[in-house]
Design a protein around this ligand. Structure first.
Ligand code: AMP
Ligand code: ZN
Ligand code: FE
Ligand code: FE
Length: 291
């Protein structure tokens, strides 16, 4: 049983439509796929329908943009009730922040001699409700300013680079509580990856675990080297946190890793299912049908 618990579609900053993503999961030999687009549930209906057609279990996820002391932390929510009003309001706030910073980023690009006409960016964003820096990167590639997303981030768009503009993100604790209150299971994505390592100390993770606010941490992720994975897995074991694994796939040719390059233990998914059921959440189409 091969389970990939964190992937993206073109409904946020992935490059494949939800149905194309599910087809790619079949080709990669996955049995279970969670779609976790940034700050939106909009791709889940299409992905679930494709999963039913193609024989892949599609789990309902989201990756929420949060922050602690101004540092970005990504939180995966599994099985949230998508109509939960408090969660929806917070997500709308985050998406508004995403759209709201676009003019300032375009102004920065122009200042550095790389004008991006709004229609070029709009074409990259497509109908995604969740505009991200990868869309800006793709516009820069289209205009020949950089070779690929990686160069765009490394030279221009990264958090400490000249084009970057900050945006609203949900306070970490608030996001965890909203996910749980919506029936979901909260797992911190790539906690010791490039963005959040200094913030997410063992002490903080211990406090969140002890308070019952956090369910798990993503251990097997490309941003974690082997030593980091071993250290984080041992910490998760000690704290009683679930340890997940995923590809964080964003589409072909966008980041150097394939669907299913990291996977989650079936027993861990079983525990996620139990918790979602206990909280009245909905992890997939069959849960929704049962409600
Ligand atoms: P944003 O959501 O606009 O803050 O942009 C951050 C997103 O860009 C992350 O969630 C990743 O999907 C992507 N990203 C971050 N760093 C890189 C990178 N070095 N290369 C490509 N994509 C990246
Ligand atoms: Zn992304
Ligand atoms: Fe992330
Ligand atoms: Fe992600």
């Amino acid at each position: 049983m091969r389970i990939d618990l964190h992937t993206h579609s073109s409904v946020s900053d992935g490059t494949e439509s939800p149905a194309e993503l599910v087809a790619a999961a079949v080709a990669s030999g996955l049995d279970v796929l969670a779609l976790c687009d940034h700050d939106t549930f909009d791709g889940l209906a299409e992905a679930t329908a494709a999963g039913a057609r193609l024989g892949v279990a599609v789990l309902h996820g989201i990756e929420v943009s949060t922050q602690r002391h101004g540092h970005s932390v990504h939180v995966l929510g599994y099985g949230c009730r998508q109509d939960d009003e408090a969660l929806q309001a917070e997500l709308a706030h985050v998406r508004a922040g995403r759209s709201g910073r676009v003019p300032a980023m375009l102004a920065n690009l122009a200042r550095f001699g790389m004008p991006v006409p709004p229609e070029v960016l709009a074409r990259q964003v497509g109908d995604s409700p969740s505009v991200g820096r990868p869309h800006v990167a793709d516009a820069m590639v289209e205009l020949g300013y950089v070779a690929d997303r990686r160069e765009a981030f490394d030279s221009w768009l990264g958090d400490d680079k000249p084009i970057f503009v900050g945006r609203y993100a949900a306070p970490l604790g608030r996001a965890l509580d909203l996910i749980k209150a919506a029936g979901g299971v909260a797992v911190i994505a790539h906690p010791w990856g490039r963005m959040s390592r200094d913030q997410l100390t063992p002490g903080l993770l211990a406090d969140l675990a002890a308070a019952g606010r956090l369910d798990g941490v993503e251990v097997d992720h490309q941003d974690h080297d082997e030593a980091t994975r071993a250290e984080l897995r041992a910490l998760a074991d000690r704290l009683g946190l679930l340890a997940t694994g995923s590809s964080d796939y964003h589409g072909v040719g966008k980041l150097d890793h394939d669907l299913g390059c990291n996977t989650t233990d079936p027993d861990v998914l079983g525990e996620i299912r139990r918790r979602v059921a206990g909280r009245g959440g909905r992890l997939d189409g069959s849960d929704a049908a049962a409600v």
